[in-house]
Structure formats: C-alpha cells, structure tokens
Ligand binder design. Sequence first.
Ligand code: THU
Length: 141
Amino acid sequence: MITIARDTLKILEEAARDASRNAYAPYSNFPVGAALLAEDGEVYVGCNVENGSFGLTVCAERCAVHAAVSDGRGRGDLAALLVFVPGLTCHPPCGACRQVLSEFLLPETPVYSACDTGEIVVWTMDELLPDSFELPVPSVE
Ligand code: THU
C-alpha cells in the first residue's frame, strides 16, 4: 500500500476535521469532513450537505471529489483521501461514495478514516470497492 508521510496525514486530518465544522447536518447531526490530497500537495475539502428531501443529501467525500474535479483534477491526480467522522468509530465511506471515489482514485490509493479517538484506519480504494463498475467509454475514431 502507498503510505502518506505522517505530517501530511496530520494536515489531512485537520483539514477534514475543520471541514466537518462546516457540515450542514441538521437531520442526522452527524457532521462529516473529507480532505482529498492531490499529487502536487493541494488539498480539497468537502463536508456533508443534507437536504429536507433526504435523498438529495451529498456526503463529504463526494463534495471533496466535486471540488477537486471543479479545479481541473482527474483520475491519477489524487494521492489520498481522509474522511473525518464524529464519534468513537472510524467509518469508511458509504457505498455510493465508494463508487464515485473509484472513478477518480486508483485501486492502490489509500483512503483513511479518522474519528474523535485520534485513531486512523486505512484501506486501499480496491479494498473498499473491489471489481468496481466502470462504464466502457466508446472510442472516438
Ligand atoms: N455521510 C457522509 O458524509 N459520508 C459517508 O461516507 C457516510 C455518511 C453523511 C451523510 C449524512 O449527511 C450523514 O452522514 C448521516 O448518514
């Protein structure tokens, strides 16, 4: 597994924790933050943004991916993701986020989860979503 320097991991943890403070989570009261590290050191953050029509809620991880893509990043530009969840258990990204992440993170890219205990758990993208769905892109002649 690719490992991230301890100092960089600390930066990601703080960025994700800070982003979780901006979460709009009045329905779940479960504020999540995510920090996505680009290969050149840039960090993109996201938080969950809930909606009274519950299905429209966007998770922190997808929010961070959208920020990175909006800034011109694509598959292969992203070195690691860290998600910060409140509480005493470090949760991995949800299933929907795993599918979205798999579009932009390489199989060997590390995905970290941090929580209030200070513990950090790590998986590779491939561990989180083996055999992910990829739409075959038609080749343009
Ligand atoms: N949530 C995330 O932001 N990321 C996940 O991976 C799982 C869940 C959010 C969605 C919702 O706003 C709240 O956490 C409770 O599910």
